[in-house]
Ligand binder design. Structure first.
Ligand code: SAH
Length: 376
C-alpha cells in the first residue's frame, strides 16, 4: 500500500481557475472552492492548507494528503542600490532560474523567466549562450510572482508593489505556450494577482504561428524583439528569423491588435555599436514599421563576458531615437537598471544544465577567436 509520502502530490500552483475547478471536480469536491483556494494561495500568499480557515476541515485534510503548494527554493535575493532586485530560484530538479523586480516611480515591474535556458541562440544574449535545458511548468512560472510578491510585502511596509509583469527573463515564452497560458490567466485573474491585461507583456523573438495563437487565447500586451530592420542582419542576430522572416513577422504583428485600435505592440531594438545603429538603419526601420501601430523601445546593449558586441554610445542612441521620433514613431530608450547585480536584460543566466551543448560550442568559438587574434 502507498503511504502519503510515496504518492505524487499534485501542486496546486500549476492550476489556473479553470484547471483548479476541474481538479476539484475530479476529487469530488465543489468547484466553487476554487476561488477560495486561489485567494488563499495567490492573493494572501499562504502555502499551508491548514491555515485556509473558510474551507471545511475535511477538505483541508484531504488536500493535505493528496496535494501540495510547492515553491522553488530561494537561493538568494539581491538588491541593487537603485532598488532593482534579483532572485535566484532553485527548482526541484536542481536547475536554477532568475527573476528581476524593477521599481519605478509609478509602477513596479517583475521580469519573469519561462524556460531554463533558451533554444533560440540570439547572438547578443547571454541566456542564449547558456544552451537549453527544459520548459518551466506553470507552477514554476507563477511561483516567481508569488515569491516576489511575498518579499515585497515584507519590505518597507509593502509600499512597493508589482503592477506589471514582463515575460522577458530567461527563455522564449511562446515556445512554452501550454504552460504559459494558465500562468498568464492567473496573473490576470481577480482571485489571484488581478493585473491589468495591458500590464502583462509577453516578449517574443518572433515565433510567428504562436503570435496568432496567443491572440486567440488571451489579449495581454505583446513585445517583439526586433533588433534589425532587414532580414540579412536579423538572420544573424536572431536566428529564428531564418524560419519566420520579417514579412511574416510583420503580418502577425499587424493582426495582433487589429480588433483594438487603441493598443500597440512594443518593438524592442537592442543598440549594438556599428551593427544596427546607423541613420540608414533608423530609416530602414521606419519603412519596415510603416502602417503598424508600434512603440519602439531602444535597449542599450548589456555586455557579458566574451561577447563580440559593444553598446552604442549615448549620442548615437539619441540620434537614432530622434530620427524615429521625427517620423512620428513613439520611441523610448530603456534605462539600464540593476547592472551591479547582473540583473539587466540578457544577463539572466541562472544555472543551466545545458542539453544542447551550446556552452561547449560557444567556448570553442571563443578559443578559436582568441587563437586567431594571437596570430594577427
Ligand atoms: N525570448 C524572448 C524574451 C527574453 S529576452 C524575446 O526574445 O523577446 C528579453 C529582451 O532582452 C529581448 O528583447 C532580448 O532581445 C533583450 N536582450 C537580450 N540580451 C540582451 C543584451 N545583452 N542587452 C540588451 N538586451 C538584451
Amino acid at each position: 500500500m502507498l503511504t502519503t509520502s510515496d504518492k505524487k502530490l499534485v501542486n496546486l500552483l500549476g492550476f489556473d481557475r479553470k484547471g483548479l475547478k476541474g481538479y476539484l471536480a475530479s476529487i469530488e469536491e465543489a468547484p466553487y472552492r476554487a476561488e477560495q483556494i486561489m485567494q488563499w494561495i495567490h492573493t494572501k500568499g499562504f502555502s499551508d492548507f491548514a491555515a485556509m480557515s473558510n474551507i471545511s476541515k475535511s477538505l483541508r485534510e484531504k488536500l493535505c494528503a493528496i496535494a501540495t503548494i510547492q515553491l522553488p527554493e530561494v537561493i538568494y535575493n539581491n538588491q541593487a542600490t537603485d532598488g532593482t532586485q534579483k532572485w535566484l530560484l532553485k527548482l526541484k530538479d536542481g536547475n536554477c532560474i532568475e527573476s528581476v523586480f524593477i521599481p519605478e516611480k509609478n509602477r513596479g515591474t517583475l521580469c519573469i523567466s519561462s524556460q531554463v535556458g533558451c533554444v533560440l541562440n540570439c547572438d547578443f544574449c547571454s541566456t542564449g549562450k547558456q544552451g537549453f535545458n527544459r520548459n518551466l511548468t506553470t507552477a514554476e512560472i507563477i511561483s516567481q510572482l508569488f515569491i516576489a510578491e511575498r518579499t515585497l510585502e515584507k519590505m518597507a511596509n509593502g509600499v512597493q508593489r508589482i503592477t506589471n509583469v514582463v515575460m522577458m527573463g530567461m527563455g522564449e515564452p511562446l515556445l512554452n505556450f501550454d504552460n504559459l497560458i494558465p500562468a498568464l490567466n492567473l496573473m490576470l485573474d481577480d482571485f489571484a494577482y488581478g493585473l491589468s491585461k495591458r500590464r502583462v507583456t509577453v516578449s517574443t523573438a518572433g515565433v510567428v504561428p504562436m503570435i496568432y495563437r496567443l491572440r486567440e487565447e488571451t489579449d495581454v500586451a505583446l513585445a517583439v524583439s526586433l533588433h534589425a530592420p532587414h532580414d540579412q542582419l536579423r538572420d544573424e542576430l536572431v536566428p529564428i528569423n531564418k524560419k519566420y522572416p520579417l514579412k511574416l513577422l510583420m503580418q502577425a504583428c499587424r493582426a495582433y491588435f487589429a480588433q483594438d485600435p487603441r493598443r500597440s505592440i512594443t518593438m524592442e531594438y537592442v543598440m549594438l555599436a556599428g551593427v544596427n545603429d546607423t541613420a540608414k538603419d533608423a530609416r530602414a526601420l521606419i519603412k519596415l514599421l510603416e502602417g503598424i501601430r508600434v512603440k519602439v523601445n531602444l535597449i542599450p546593449f548589456n555586455p557579458f563576458p566574451h561577447t563580440i558586441y559593444k553598446r552604442s554610445d549615448d549620442d548615437t542612441i539619441a540620434r537614432f531615437r530622434d530620427i524615429l521620433l521625427n517620423a512620428s514613431l513613439n520611441t523610448t530608450v530603456r534605462r539600464t537598471r540593476g547592472d551591479e547585480i547582473d540583473a539587466a536584460c540578457g544577463q539572466l543566466v541562472g544555472q543551466v544544465q545545458d542539453r544542447t551543448k551550446r556552452q561547449v560550442q560557444h567556448q570553442a568559438q571563443i578559443a578559436k577567436l582568441a587563437n586567431q587574434s594571437q596570430h594577427t
